[in-house]
Design a protein around this ligand. Structure first.
Ligand code: RTP
Ligand code: MG
Length: 137
């Protein structure tokens, strides 16, 4: 079993899509090991996305991620990292496959409804950024 870190981003949460996204998560066979609603500060969003600090969209991305509440989760499944990224679809909702979450709920390359870790090392960093071990029992 593998764990990954996921976010229902502020756009999807504000639009009332959190319930539908969680339904898909359960239907696809993930176990929700951790879940909480957070309203990130700008500094917290910058710390989370520090790998993108030199990218041109960093300011826009961290403004967006601190613009409203989101839901952070730890999901468990076999090959959870790839399985969750497959379910999310491409970064740009316009390029995401039919049936993926970003195709259904994303509105632009920046406001794309969900986040998922891209590798075991980033999953470990991202899980520990938001959850203590005791919250994941
Ligand atoms: P994520 O990390 O959120 O799961 O998304 P990802 O791996 O598919 O994409 P990544 O390259 O890691 O980009 C992180 C997030 O930054 C925003 N973004 N904006 N304006 C732009 O050109 C642009 N490119 C990326 C998106 O919100 C993306 O999910
Ligand atoms: Mg990424």
């Amino acid at each position: 079993m593998e764990r990954t870190f996921a976010i229902i981003k502020p756009d999807a949460f504000a639009a009332g899509h959190a319930g539908k996204i969680l339904e898909r998560i359960y239907a696809e066979g993930f176990k929700v090991v951790g879940l909480k609603k957070l309203f990130l500060s700008k500094a917290e969003a910058e710390g989370f996305y520090y790998v993108h600090k030199d990218r041109p969209f960093f300011g826009e991305l961290t403004d967006f991620m601190s613009s409203g509440p989101c839901i952070v989760m730890v999901l468990e499944a076999e090959n959870a990292i790839k399985k969750w990224r497959d379910l999310m679809g491409a970064t740009n909702p316009a390029e995401a496959a039919e049936g993926t979450l970003r195709r259904e709920f994303g509105t632009s390359i920046g406001e794309n409804a969900t986040h998922g870790s891209d590798a075991p090392e980033t999953a470990a960093f991202e899980i520990s950024y938001f959850f203590s071990g005791m919250e994941l029992l």
